[in-house]
Write a protein that binds this ligand. Sequence first.
Ligand code: NAP
Length: 334
Amino acid sequence: MVDGDKPVVTITGISGYIGAETCLQFLKDGGFKVRGTVRDKTNEAKLAPLREAFGDLFDQLELVEADLLQEDSLIAAVAGSTYMVHVASPFFMSDDPEQLITPAVNGTLAAMKACHAARVKRCVITSSIASVSAVAKADRPAGRIYDESHWTNPDRPEGCGNYVKSKVLAEKAAWDFVAGLPDGEKFEIATICPGFVMGPPLRKENFTSGGWVKKLMSGEMTEIANDTCPIVDVRDVGFAHLQAVKVPEAAGRRFILAHSTPCFMEYAMPIAIKYKKLGWPISTTEKPAPAEWYQSLFDTTPSRDILGVQYRDVFTMMTEMADKMVEQGVITKP
Ligand code: NAP
Protein backbone atom coordinates (compact mmCIF):
# COMPACT_ATOMS: atom_id res chain seq x y z
CA MET A 1 0.00 0.00 0.00
CA VAL A 2 1.42 3.40 -0.89
CA ASP A 3 1.11 6.26 1.59
CA GLY A 4 -1.59 8.03 -0.41
CA ASP A 5 -3.92 5.03 0.01
CA LYS A 6 -3.66 5.00 3.77
CA PRO A 7 -6.35 6.59 5.93
CA VAL A 8 -5.29 9.74 7.73
CA VAL A 9 -5.42 9.67 11.53
CA THR A 10 -5.07 12.97 13.39
CA ILE A 11 -3.75 12.65 16.94
CA THR A 12 -3.94 15.70 19.23
CA GLY A 13 -1.31 16.56 21.84
CA ILE A 14 1.60 14.46 20.57
CA SER A 15 4.03 16.44 22.74
CA GLY A 16 2.37 14.89 25.81
CA TYR A 17 3.28 11.71 27.69
CA ILE A 18 0.37 9.64 26.33
CA GLY A 19 0.10 11.52 23.02
CA ALA A 20 3.75 10.81 22.11
CA GLU A 21 3.49 7.09 22.86
CA THR A 22 0.17 6.83 21.01
CA CYS A 23 1.63 8.61 17.98
CA LEU A 24 4.63 6.28 17.94
CA GLN A 25 2.39 3.21 17.99
CA PHE A 26 0.34 4.49 15.04
CA LEU A 27 3.57 5.23 13.11
CA LYS A 28 4.94 1.75 13.90
CA ASP A 29 1.66 0.11 12.87
CA GLY A 30 2.23 1.41 9.34
CA GLY A 31 -1.43 1.32 8.34
CA PHE A 32 -2.06 5.07 8.65
CA LYS A 33 -0.87 8.41 7.40
CA VAL A 34 -0.23 9.98 10.81
CA ARG A 35 -0.88 13.65 11.50
CA GLY A 36 0.00 14.96 14.96
CA THR A 37 -0.95 18.25 16.56
CA VAL A 38 1.23 20.43 18.78
CA ARG A 39 0.58 23.97 19.96
CA ASP A 40 3.72 25.38 18.37
CA LYS A 41 5.73 23.66 15.63
CA THR A 42 8.78 25.81 16.42
CA ASN A 43 9.01 24.71 20.07
CA GLU A 44 12.18 22.61 19.97
CA ALA A 45 11.96 21.70 23.67
CA LYS A 46 8.84 19.73 22.80
CA LEU A 47 9.82 18.50 19.34
CA ALA A 48 13.40 17.34 19.89
CA PRO A 49 12.41 14.43 22.21
CA LEU A 50 9.86 13.27 19.61
CA ARG A 51 12.45 13.36 16.82
CA GLU A 52 14.83 11.36 19.01
CA ALA A 53 12.19 8.81 20.07
CA PHE A 54 10.56 8.30 16.66
CA GLY A 55 13.84 8.01 14.72
CA ASP A 56 13.26 7.52 10.98
CA LEU A 57 9.51 7.39 11.57
CA PHE A 58 9.55 11.09 12.46
CA ASP A 59 9.87 11.93 8.75
CA GLN A 60 6.59 10.13 8.07
CA LEU A 61 4.73 12.31 10.56
CA GLU A 62 2.76 15.34 9.40
CA LEU A 63 2.97 18.00 12.10
CA VAL A 64 0.21 20.60 12.39
CA GLU A 65 -0.58 23.28 14.96
CA ALA A 66 -3.77 23.25 17.01
CA ASP A 67 -4.91 24.75 20.30
CA LEU A 68 -7.83 23.42 22.31
CA LEU A 69 -9.09 26.96 22.85
CA GLN A 70 -9.12 27.78 19.14
CA GLU A 71 -11.88 25.77 17.51
CA ASP A 72 -10.84 26.73 13.97
CA SER A 73 -7.35 25.35 14.52
CA LEU A 74 -8.78 21.91 15.34
CA ILE A 75 -11.21 22.02 12.42
CA ALA A 76 -8.30 22.79 10.07
CA ALA A 77 -6.10 20.12 11.67
CA VAL A 78 -8.65 17.32 11.22
CA ALA A 79 -9.69 18.22 7.64
CA GLY A 80 -9.18 15.21 5.36
CA SER A 81 -8.88 12.68 8.21
CA THR A 82 -10.67 9.35 8.43
CA TYR A 83 -9.89 8.96 12.15
CA MET A 84 -9.16 11.23 15.05
CA VAL A 85 -7.54 10.36 18.38
CA HIS A 86 -8.15 13.20 20.81
CA VAL A 87 -5.58 12.97 23.60
CA ALA A 88 -4.75 16.61 24.37
CA SER A 89 -6.19 17.96 27.60
CA PRO A 90 -4.57 19.68 30.57
CA PHE A 91 -3.45 17.19 33.24
CA PHE A 92 -2.42 18.87 36.46
CA MET A 93 -4.17 19.91 39.65
CA SER A 94 -5.49 23.48 39.96
CA ASP A 95 -8.10 25.36 41.95
CA ASP A 96 -8.87 27.43 38.87
CA PRO A 97 -11.60 25.81 36.73
CA GLU A 98 -10.58 28.03 33.79
CA GLN A 99 -7.23 26.23 33.65
CA LEU A 100 -8.75 22.76 33.46
CA ILE A 101 -12.46 22.55 32.73
CA THR A 102 -12.62 25.18 29.97
CA PRO A 103 -9.87 23.73 27.72
CA ALA A 104 -10.95 20.13 28.40
CA VAL A 105 -14.64 20.66 27.58
CA ASN A 106 -14.31 23.31 24.88
CA GLY A 107 -11.40 21.41 23.34
CA THR A 108 -13.40 18.18 23.21
CA LEU A 109 -16.39 19.98 21.71
CA ALA A 110 -14.11 21.58 19.14
CA ALA A 111 -12.68 18.12 18.36
CA MET A 112 -16.23 16.78 17.89
CA LYS A 113 -17.11 19.66 15.56
CA ALA A 114 -13.89 19.02 13.66
CA CYS A 115 -14.79 15.33 13.24
CA HIS A 116 -18.29 16.25 12.07
CA ALA A 117 -16.97 18.78 9.57
CA ALA A 118 -14.36 16.31 8.22
CA ARG A 119 -16.86 13.42 8.21
CA VAL A 120 -14.43 11.20 10.10
CA LYS A 121 -15.39 7.58 10.54
CA ARG A 122 -14.35 7.27 14.19
CA CYS A 123 -12.92 9.40 16.97
CA VAL A 124 -11.19 7.87 20.00
CA ILE A 125 -11.11 10.16 23.02
CA THR A 126 -8.73 9.92 25.97
CA SER A 127 -10.92 10.20 29.02
CA SER A 128 -9.87 8.88 32.45
CA ILE A 129 -10.78 6.65 35.32
CA ALA A 130 -11.56 10.04 36.90
CA SER A 131 -14.64 10.05 34.68
CA VAL A 132 -15.80 6.68 36.02
CA SER A 133 -15.39 6.24 39.74
CA ALA A 134 -15.91 9.53 41.59
CA VAL A 135 -19.52 8.66 42.38
CA ALA A 136 -21.43 9.81 45.47
CA LYS A 137 -20.74 7.57 48.44
CA ALA A 138 -24.39 6.51 48.44
CA ASP A 139 -24.04 5.29 44.83
CA ARG A 140 -20.90 3.17 45.27
CA PRO A 141 -21.29 -0.19 43.53
CA ALA A 142 -21.67 -3.43 45.44
CA GLY A 143 -18.34 -5.20 45.88
CA ARG A 144 -16.52 -1.89 45.08
CA ILE A 145 -16.27 -3.06 41.47
CA TYR A 146 -16.64 -0.34 38.82
CA ASP A 147 -17.22 -0.96 35.13
CA GLU A 148 -17.90 1.12 32.03
CA SER A 149 -21.53 1.72 33.09
CA HIS A 150 -20.37 3.87 36.02
CA TRP A 151 -20.08 7.63 35.69
CA THR A 152 -18.47 10.15 38.01
CA ASN A 153 -20.96 12.56 39.52
CA PRO A 154 -19.40 16.05 39.28
CA ASP A 155 -22.07 17.37 41.68
CA ARG A 156 -21.68 14.69 44.35
CA PRO A 157 -22.15 15.92 47.92
CA GLU A 158 -18.58 14.88 48.81
CA GLY A 159 -17.19 17.39 46.28
CA CYS A 160 -15.15 16.85 43.14
CA GLY A 161 -11.82 18.41 42.10
CA ASN A 162 -11.48 20.47 38.93
CA TYR A 163 -9.40 17.86 37.09
CA VAL A 164 -11.95 15.13 37.78
CA LYS A 165 -14.75 17.48 36.69
CA SER A 166 -12.82 18.39 33.53
CA LYS A 167 -12.59 14.75 32.49
CA VAL A 168 -16.18 13.72 33.17
CA LEU A 169 -17.69 16.88 31.64
CA ALA A 170 -15.48 16.55 28.55
CA GLU A 171 -16.34 12.88 28.04
CA LYS A 172 -20.06 13.56 28.53
CA ALA A 173 -19.86 16.45 26.06
CA ALA A 174 -18.46 14.05 23.43
CA TRP A 175 -21.18 11.43 23.88
CA ASP A 176 -23.91 14.11 23.96
CA PHE A 177 -22.56 15.76 20.82
CA VAL A 178 -22.80 12.55 18.80
CA ALA A 179 -26.18 11.61 20.31
CA GLY A 180 -27.52 15.01 19.19
CA LEU A 181 -26.49 14.59 15.54
CA PRO A 182 -29.05 13.52 12.93
CA ASP A 183 -28.72 9.80 12.10
CA GLY A 184 -27.06 10.31 8.72
CA GLU A 185 -24.40 12.58 10.24
CA LYS A 186 -23.34 10.57 13.29
CA PHE A 187 -19.76 9.29 13.50
CA GLU A 188 -18.41 6.54 15.76
CA ILE A 189 -16.71 7.34 19.03
CA ALA A 190 -14.96 5.28 21.69
CA THR A 191 -13.48 6.55 24.95
CA ILE A 192 -10.42 5.31 26.80
CA CYS A 193 -10.48 5.63 30.61
CA PRO A 194 -6.99 4.84 31.97
CA GLY A 195 -5.99 4.64 35.61
CA PHE A 196 -2.82 6.45 36.73
CA VAL A 197 -0.47 6.03 33.77
CA MET A 198 3.12 4.99 34.45
CA GLY A 199 5.86 3.41 32.32
CA PRO A 200 8.77 4.86 30.33
CA PRO A 201 8.14 8.34 28.87
CA LEU A 202 9.20 9.75 25.51
CA ARG A 203 8.41 13.26 26.79
CA LYS A 204 11.25 15.01 28.65
CA GLU A 205 9.40 18.07 30.00
CA ASN A 206 7.51 17.87 33.28
CA PHE A 207 4.28 15.86 33.29
CA THR A 208 2.07 14.71 36.16
CA SER A 209 2.84 10.97 36.09
CA GLY A 210 6.57 11.66 35.87
CA GLY A 211 6.27 14.17 38.69
CA TRP A 212 5.20 11.39 41.05
CA VAL A 213 8.32 9.32 40.25
CA LYS A 214 10.56 12.41 40.45
CA LYS A 215 9.24 13.28 43.93
CA LEU A 216 9.76 9.69 45.07
CA MET A 217 13.32 9.39 43.77
CA SER A 218 14.46 12.85 44.92
CA GLY A 219 13.31 12.15 48.48
CA GLU A 220 10.78 15.01 48.32
CA MET A 221 8.08 12.41 48.97
CA THR A 222 8.95 11.79 52.60
CA GLU A 223 5.84 9.68 53.20
CA ILE A 224 3.92 7.54 50.74
CA ALA A 225 0.14 8.04 50.65
CA ASN A 226 -1.78 5.17 52.22
CA ASP A 227 -4.23 4.95 49.35
CA THR A 228 -4.82 2.91 46.21
CA CYS A 229 -5.13 3.90 42.56
CA PRO A 230 -5.58 1.84 39.38
CA ILE A 231 -2.37 1.75 37.35
CA VAL A 232 -1.60 1.11 33.67
CA ASP A 233 1.52 1.26 31.49
CA VAL A 234 1.71 4.09 28.95
CA ARG A 235 2.61 1.55 26.23
CA ASP A 236 -0.62 -0.35 26.95
CA VAL A 237 -2.53 2.95 26.77
CA GLY A 238 -0.98 3.72 23.37
CA PHE A 239 -1.86 0.22 22.15
CA ALA A 240 -5.44 0.60 23.40
CA HIS A 241 -5.85 3.83 21.41
CA LEU A 242 -4.56 2.09 18.27
CA GLN A 243 -6.88 -0.86 18.77
CA ALA A 244 -9.86 1.39 19.54
CA VAL A 245 -9.40 2.85 16.05
CA LYS A 246 -8.82 -0.50 14.33
CA VAL A 247 -11.28 -2.90 15.99
CA PRO A 248 -14.83 -2.53 14.61
CA GLU A 249 -16.43 -3.70 17.89
CA ALA A 250 -14.80 -0.84 19.81
CA ALA A 251 -17.26 1.67 18.34
CA GLY A 252 -19.68 3.18 20.83
CA ARG A 253 -17.88 1.86 23.92
CA ARG A 254 -15.96 3.15 26.92
CA PHE A 255 -12.86 1.19 27.98
CA ILE A 256 -11.41 1.19 31.50
CA LEU A 257 -7.64 0.55 31.36
CA ALA A 258 -5.90 -0.79 34.46
CA HIS A 259 -3.50 -3.60 35.25
CA SER A 260 -4.67 -3.61 38.89
CA THR A 261 -5.44 -1.22 41.76
CA PRO A 262 -2.33 -1.29 43.97
CA CYS A 263 -1.54 0.89 46.97
CA PHE A 264 1.04 3.62 46.40
CA MET A 265 3.61 1.61 48.37
CA GLU A 266 3.37 -1.00 45.61
CA TYR A 267 4.03 1.75 43.04
CA ALA A 268 7.13 2.77 45.00
CA MET A 269 8.63 -0.59 45.96
CA PRO A 270 10.03 -1.71 42.57
CA ILE A 271 11.93 1.59 42.31
CA ALA A 272 13.00 1.53 45.97
CA ILE A 273 14.31 -2.04 45.67
CA LYS A 274 16.56 -1.12 42.76
CA TYR A 275 17.60 2.46 43.54
CA LYS A 276 17.84 2.70 47.36
CA LYS A 277 20.93 0.50 47.40
CA LEU A 278 22.48 2.79 44.79
CA GLY A 279 22.23 5.66 47.29
CA TRP A 280 18.98 7.33 46.17
CA PRO A 281 17.09 8.96 49.11
CA ILE A 282 13.82 7.07 48.58
CA SER A 283 11.46 6.95 51.54
CA THR A 284 9.44 3.81 52.15
CA THR A 285 7.55 5.25 55.10
CA GLU A 286 3.82 5.02 54.62
CA LYS A 287 1.45 7.71 55.89
CA PRO A 288 -1.01 6.55 58.55
CA ALA A 289 -4.16 5.05 57.04
CA PRO A 290 -7.02 7.52 56.67
CA ALA A 291 -9.97 7.10 59.05
CA GLU A 292 -12.08 5.75 56.21
CA TRP A 293 -10.17 3.55 53.77
CA TYR A 294 -11.88 2.58 50.52
CA GLN A 295 -10.41 0.75 47.54
CA SER A 296 -12.18 0.95 44.19
CA LEU A 297 -11.74 -2.10 41.95
CA PHE A 298 -12.21 -2.15 38.19
CA ASP A 299 -13.56 -4.67 35.70
CA THR A 300 -11.21 -4.41 32.71
CA THR A 301 -12.66 -7.31 30.73
CA PRO A 302 -13.68 -5.25 27.63
CA SER A 303 -10.15 -3.82 27.29
CA ARG A 304 -8.74 -7.34 27.27
CA ASP A 305 -11.44 -9.08 25.20
CA ILE A 306 -12.24 -6.38 22.64
CA LEU A 307 -9.03 -4.34 22.40
CA GLY A 308 -6.69 -7.26 23.18
CA VAL A 309 -4.67 -5.40 25.82
CA GLN A 310 -2.24 -7.67 27.69
CA TYR A 311 -1.27 -5.55 30.66
CA ARG A 312 2.33 -5.05 31.73
CA ASP A 313 2.82 -5.62 35.46
CA VAL A 314 3.53 -2.98 38.09
CA PHE A 315 7.14 -4.07 38.65
CA THR A 316 7.93 -3.76 34.93
CA MET A 317 6.25 -0.40 34.39
CA MET A 318 7.70 1.28 37.50
CA THR A 319 11.32 0.08 37.09
CA GLU A 320 11.33 0.79 33.35
CA MET A 321 9.90 4.27 33.99
CA ALA A 322 12.56 5.12 36.59
CA ASP A 323 15.32 3.68 34.38
CA LYS A 324 14.18 5.73 31.39
CA MET A 325 13.87 9.01 33.31
CA VAL A 326 17.34 8.51 34.83
CA GLU A 327 18.78 7.65 31.39
CA GLN A 328 17.12 10.79 29.91
CA GLY A 329 18.75 12.87 32.64
CA VAL A 330 15.38 14.26 33.74
CA ILE A 331 15.87 12.70 37.19
CA THR A 332 19.30 12.93 38.77
CA LYS A 333 20.53 11.58 42.09
CA PRO A 334 20.45 14.42 44.66
P1 NAP B 1 0.69 15.64 29.47
O1 NAP B 1 1.99 14.97 29.21
O2 NAP B 1 0.67 16.86 30.32
O3 NAP B 1 0.02 15.96 28.07
C1 NAP B 1 -1.03 16.86 27.91
C2 NAP B 1 -1.12 17.22 26.44
O4 NAP B 1 -2.23 18.12 26.23
C3 NAP B 1 0.14 17.94 25.96
O5 NAP B 1 0.42 17.54 24.65
C4 NAP B 1 -0.30 19.38 26.00
O6 NAP B 1 0.42 20.21 25.13
C5 NAP B 1 -1.74 19.26 25.53
N1 NAP B 1 -2.51 20.45 25.85
C6 NAP B 1 -2.82 20.93 27.07
N2 NAP B 1 -3.52 22.08 26.93
C7 NAP B 1 -3.63 22.32 25.60
C8 NAP B 1 -4.23 23.34 24.82
N3 NAP B 1 -4.87 24.38 25.36
N4 NAP B 1 -4.15 23.23 23.47
C9 NAP B 1 -3.51 22.19 22.89
N5 NAP B 1 -2.92 21.21 23.57
C10 NAP B 1 -2.99 21.28 24.90
O7 NAP B 1 -0.35 14.65 30.14
P2 NAP B 1 -0.73 13.13 29.79
O8 NAP B 1 -0.55 12.35 31.03
O9 NAP B 1 -0.10 12.70 28.52
O10 NAP B 1 -2.30 13.31 29.55
C11 NAP B 1 -2.87 13.21 28.26
C12 NAP B 1 -4.33 12.85 28.38
O11 NAP B 1 -4.47 11.64 29.11
C13 NAP B 1 -5.18 13.88 29.12
O12 NAP B 1 -6.43 13.90 28.47
C14 NAP B 1 -5.30 13.29 30.52
O13 NAP B 1 -6.45 13.74 31.15
C15 NAP B 1 -5.40 11.81 30.18
N6 NAP B 1 -5.06 10.90 31.27
C16 NAP B 1 -3.79 10.90 31.81
C17 NAP B 1 -3.51 9.99 32.84
C18 NAP B 1 -2.13 9.90 33.46
O14 NAP B 1 -2.01 9.30 34.54
N7 NAP B 1 -1.10 10.45 32.85
C19 NAP B 1 -4.50 9.12 33.32
C20 NAP B 1 -5.77 9.16 32.73
C21 NAP B 1 -6.03 10.05 31.70
P3 NAP B 1 1.80 20.92 25.63
O15 NAP B 1 2.87 19.86 25.59
O16 NAP B 1 1.97 22.00 24.63
O17 NAP B 1 1.53 21.41 27.03
